[in-house]
Design a protein around this ligand. Structure first.
Ligand SMILES: [Zn+2]
Length: 384
């Protein structure tokens, strides 16, 4: 099967983040079995989803993990001109389907190269690490990375995350976390605004506190010019459950805020400072309303940033494999920081343009898919 054939098969499984991925996992497993590649599953507790990993080549230290996710984002509300779960050749050099770019194109390149990987006399092994639920917060990758470490007696050294990067080497990624904050104030006639505690007013002050915190970080020199924007961003995008009438003081307000950190900032530090401020606000407001409360929970798990230093040997490796010397960073979150935290030297490099991901009429260019296939052959040659 060619990479295009495999891609056509992979995109036909409409597995969204959060849904069971058993259908696509079974197809990949059958393909590996056909090629006599033993594999290992990492199932979730309910057995409704599973990651897959396998090794091709000798059980020796220093191997390369090729990592990708099997889930995609929804198509609901998007205007597709073709069936999103069927690979369509647009006769314009592009292959259209949900996931064609993010990131089943990379999975197809990995799987299509299995016969060559097997035939080559690899001196170091290649591993596949295919996860689920990446699109709803990179939920499966930490367990998958740990599982790889305990399954094999040898130590894989490198992890290449095949997220769309136009096959350019990416050594940095911002981290992301989303918090949900709920403020409980006291209801009452709007004329009593100086007696009651308006949840909306307090929530608004907290949102401004967050914006000031972001500006403070920038002023303190917490910038990293490799990223756009070059600083940690803190932003509140949803404000809800707030108030019942213009003339009633609101007793509750909820807002969601996301933190996208550059590698030198830590979301947990920002949260700790925010919480400390909330305790001060609570102490003040409880003088008027003893039950006043501010609660913050993690709404989207904390996905760590990636910051691979130039002195690691994965850097010349990815420069050789991609044929590109210049190192860049990406603005999106991915499993890369998690693989790096697990101890693998990690970079992002995969076919397709992230600009095409998550939108209607997602596509991967045939040229990018071919580049992905060439990348696999270069990797095989490098390890042989
Ligand atoms: Zn992706």
């Amino acid at each position: 099967m060619t990479a295009t054939d495999i891609l056509a098969k992979l995109v036909s499984f409409p597995v969204l983040g959060g849904q069971s991925n058993i259908s696509i996992a079974e197809w990949i497993e059958a393909y590996l079995t056909e090629h006599d590649i033993p594999f290992t599953n990492v199932p979730n507790e309910e057995g409704t989803k599973r990651s897959i990993h396998c090794r091709i080549g000798p059980p020796l230290d220093g191997g390369v993990i090729l990592s990708g996710h099997t889930d995609v984002v929804p198509v609901e509300g998007q205007t597709w001109t073709t069936d999103p779960f069927q690979l369509i050749d647009g006769n314009d050099g592009k292959l259209y389907a949900r996931g064609s770019c993010d990131m089943k194109g990379f999975l197809a390149c990995c799987l299509a190269a299995v016969p060559q990987m097997k035939a080559a006399e690899l001196k170091k092994p290649i591993y596949f690490a295919f996860s689920y639920d990446e699109e709803i917060g990179c939920l499966a990758a930490p367990e998958l990375a740990e599982h790889i470490k305990t399954t094999y007696s040898e130590k894989p050294k490198y992890a290449i995350i095949g997220e769309p990067s136009m096959m350019l080497p990416m050594v940095g990624q911002k981290g992301i976390v989303i918090y949900k904050t709920t403020v409980n104030g006291s209801a009452g006639h709007s004329s009593r605004i100086r007696t009651e505690v308006s949840a909306i007013s307090e929530a608004a002050r907290l949102i401004l506190w967050l914006e000031n915190k972001m500006m403070g970080l920038i002023e303190a020199g917490q910038v990293d010019e490799r990223f756009t924007p070059p600083h940690t961003s803190i932003h509140s995008g949803v404000f809800e459950h707030s108030g019942i009438a213009p003339n009633v003081i609101s007793d509750s307000a909820t807002f969601y805020w996301d933190v996208r950190v550059i590698p030198k900032d830590k979301a947990v530090d920002i949260l700790a400072e925010f919480e400390a401020n909330c305790r001060l606000v609570e102490n003040e407001c409880r003088k008027r309303f003893p039950d006043f409360k501010i609660e913050t929970i993690e709404f989207h798990p904390n996905v760590p940033a990636l910051d691979t230093p130039a002195h690691l040997s994965v850097v010349p490796l990815i420069q050789k494999l991609s044929g590109v010397q210049e190192l860049s960073t990406v603005a999106y979150a991915a499993e890369a920081g998690q693989f790096s935290n697990a101890g693998f030297e990690t970079v992002i490099c995969g076919p397709g343009d992230i600009a095409q991901a998550h939108r209607a009429n997602e596509f991967i260019s045939k040229e990018q898919l071919e580049k992905g296939e060439q990348f696999m052959l270069t990797l095989i040659e490098h390890l042989s």
